[in-house]
Structure formats: C-alpha cells, structure tokens
Design a protein around this ligand. Structure first.
Ligand code: SF4
Length: 247
C-alpha cells in the first residue's frame, strides 16, 4: 500500500533514490514512492500522451490535470476528450480565476500579450501560472513532458529535480533525454492520439493567439510568442528555466 502522507524527505535524497534512466521505471518508482500525492501535468503535447501511455502500461493510477487558459485551440479541447476516452482517464481541468481575467482584460484588453513582454507574462501568470499553483496544492511530486532539446533554456532539465518555483516539490521529467523523433516514433508505433494541428506544421502547441506553425529547420519552440525577441521569451512561467548568462 502506498503511503499517502505528505513526503517530508529531503528532495536531494529523493533525487539520489532514483538513479535509473528508463522513463517507465521512473514512473513506476514515482507511483510507488508518492502514491496519491503524485500528479501528471498534461498539455496534450505528444510527450504527455507518451507518458499517459506509459502509465497505462504500468497499471498504476495517476492523477492527471491540465491547465485550461481559455485560449486553447478547438483541436486541443477535442484531443483532451479523445484522450479521456482512449486512456479511460478522468482529467482534472484547472482554469484561470474569472475575476482576475476580468480585471486583466478590462485594464489591458483581450489581446494584451501582443503589446509588451510584461503584459504577455501577466496573461501567462493569470491564465497558467496561478492555476498551476492551485493544481499542485497537496502534491509532493509532479510529472512534466519537458525534454532537453526543446529549447536552449531547457538544456539542463533533469530526470528528477527539485522545483524551487513550487516550494521545493519533486519534479519528474521522464522524457528529459528523448528527442522529438523518439517521441513521434513512440506515438506512431503505439497508435496514440495526437493533436491534428501537428499535421499542419505546428510543433509546440500552446494558446491559439500565441502559437503558429514552424518549419523543421527552426527551433522547436520558435512558433511560440514569435513576435518576442530575447532568449528567455519562450517560457510562460510555469517552468522557469533560464538560458545560462541571459536574464
Ligand atoms: S500563451 Fe498567450 S494567451 Fe496563453 S496565457 Fe500566455 S500570453 Fe495568454
């Protein structure tokens, strides 16, 4: 029986406790170690679909949540429903606080993100970062689909790491050392559902106004907030990795 009390272990000890590199073994260890205080954050990118499938192979139940910014593509909402049916899973949806959205839009307009990096970050804070804080309430460890080769700023992502943005929780990135090709090979071989926008040239998919297709020669996240220049511009704030040497 998993012990579901809050885990008070030193995060560094937990990081040392798992020294394997296999994502399925990592997820099996995490399910055993954290029980009901483990959660998977899914944005319905192919990485989170792969992780969902790995959990279904393990047979361990896991809490799954997603952040609904209110500005996602219809194709992403459709995929959310397809995933619930495919994996027979129930996905918790965390939305932005409507009062904060109302205040933000009244003050700055509905498409404030185009006007300045500061307003773009405000929108991400209201629609993503704050809902994530609520979603992680009562969680000891959370799982993401981050990969090192998604961007330069993510090049230091570890399989198991301490998340100081969220009070020192454990953050698990089981696909940290996978490439984009490895992810798509897995999705295709297993016949998993995916966002149909990927067939139209989209690679990293976020909110509709802030995402556009990008070619294979561009950076993986080049289609996100493409109008912003600056090396740390391709993060919304829920993962605050920084490109070394750049603020
Ligand atoms: S990605 Fe764009 S629309 Fe979505 S929360 Fe951030 S700024 Fe707002």
């Amino acid at each position: 029986m998993p012990d579901n009390r809050p885990d008070r272990s030193n995060p560094e000890d937990l990081i040392r406790e798992f020294d394997g590199g296999d994502p399925v073994e990592l997820l099996r260890w995490a399910a055993r170690r954290f029980g009901k205080r483990l959660a998977l954050c899914s944005s319905f990118g192919p990485e989170s679909i792969v992780i969902l499938h790995m959990f279904s192979r393990i047979g361990a139940p896991v809490r799954i949540f997603t952040l609904d910014t209110g500005r996602l593509y219809p194709e992403t909402y459709a995929l959310m429903e397809r995933c619930e049916a495919f994996f027979r899973a129930s996905i918790e949806v965390f939305s932005a606080d409507p009062e904060r959205v109302r205040e933000m839009v009244s003050a700055h307009g509905i498409n404030l993100f185009f006007r300045s990096p500061q307003l773009r970050r405000l929108c991400c804070e209201v629609r993503k970062v704050e809902p994530l804080r609520r979603a992680l309430n009562g969680v000891d460890a959370w799982i993401t689909g981050l990969r090192r080769d998604q961007s330069h700023s993510r090049s230091q992502v570890q399989l198991v790491e301490r998340d100081d943005d969220h009070g020192g929780l454990i953050k698990l990135n089981p696909l940290a050392d996978w490439t984009e090709e490895m992810v798509w090979k897995y999705v295709r071989e297993e016949g998993l559902p995916y966002n149909e926008l990927h067939d139209k040239g989209y690679r990293s998919i976020g909110c509709a106004p802030c995402t556009r297709p990008t070619g294979p020669c561009n950076d993986f996240r080049a289609g996100r907030w493409w109008w912003e220049n600056g090396s740390n511009a391709k993060e919304c704030g829920i993962h605050s990795y920084r490109r070394p040497g750049i603020e």
